[in-house]
Design a protein around this ligand. Sequence first.
Ligand code: SF4
Length: 467
Amino acid sequence: MTITTKGHELSTAVEQVVQLFFDVHSDVAAESAVEDGRAVTSVTNDGAAGRGSWPMPEGADKKALSNSIKKATLLACKEISDMPTPWGISTGIRPAKLARLLLDGGMTAAETVRKLRDEYWIEPERARLCLEVAEKEKGIIAMAGEKAVSLYVGIPFCPTRCAYCSFISQALTHNNKFLLPYVDACEREIRRTGELAAELGLKPVTAYFGGGTPTAIPAELLERLIKTLKASFDMSDLRELTVEAGRPDTLTPEMMTMLRENGVRRISINPQTMHQSTLDAIGRRHSPEDVERAFALARREGMEIINADLILGLPGEDVNMLAETLNRITALGPEAITVHTMYLKRAARLRDDFEKLRFARNVNEMMELCRRRMEAYGAEPYYMYKQKNTLGNLENVGFAKPGSECLYNVYIMEEVHSILAMGGGASTKLVRGDRIERVFNPKEAGDYVNRIDEILEKKQFIKEFLG
Ligand code: SF4
């Protein structure tokens, strides 16, 4: 991909739109210019050429300039590609935040939808989805007070590594030597973060153990981390403690009892699909029956909220297979279902443009089915995000029955308060007014263990930024 610009320096705006249509590694070339009060983009790919142009508004600021450039680029790409663009020129990963900010700025629901549709070229159905999510989020955001923070603890281990994984996780079988040192180091980081939070008077409202698969490590080690977390922070405002138990094969009776005894009332059991052939193809090493057994066990132990993750567009799957998966999963009665679309990373291996287009349309149809089925199931969309480089520019949506929403998901997505993150691959996000700073921990477990002293020193930044 080659991007050249003339008369402006917003090459990222051009690139973000071109990437909605073409692979970043393809020979596509885009030239963008601002001339005679118009943004003009020419795009060439594989012998085809397209041109788009859009007027610049009077006295345009940087944002308006960027939007005009994006529109010209989108029009140019559309001349040579049929790739659907349901999100128009909205290339950020948080479209619902855009809607929420418009609402907060005093717009009515109808004005917000109109603006998303007319100014960002978002499909009407998606504009309404943004509004629905933004309105739901407003209530959740209002629950958290001034000193609220959320906590995240990363456990970067899994029983095996799934073929499509884009997270930081290592198959536990090969990394046992890191396990104990990892838990020791993570406890140190939790305690240090707790000290800083206490000095600043910060009170966690949600805590989330993610990864990886936290339940992949032995129950007694996970228990140590949960207990350390609870002892290190003022948990008097805590409303939610979630543990990702993503792989059902990790949920033993011992693990479930430990979670219950330590106050975990929300877990995520992630089938992704209920088709054995797909699970085998993506290296999940568990069966649909394991998912059903894990649900039964969790319910027996009194787990109040169970989320189930699904992925749309897994290799070989079509809409009928998804319908079967939805039947089996809703029969288990999860309070929340999170629907992800497959990343381009995998889809990029599709052979040609026709195949990519078919894939994108297939997944779009799957998303529509999910929305209809969730509505019938009584689960409403409450958070959403887009991932960069998904084919067809599709979204991920969290659905939940009213009162069963994962508050942590909303807080991290809407960037309304700080997320203090601990563990390998964790990224702390500090929010102060309009300013946001991120501090990243090393991704690999071994690296995290070896650099723990340096990580603890860097924690001081929390106090400098929020103090
Ligand atoms: S369970 Fe999740 S984090 Fe673990 S390997 Fe699979 S996709 Fe990655």
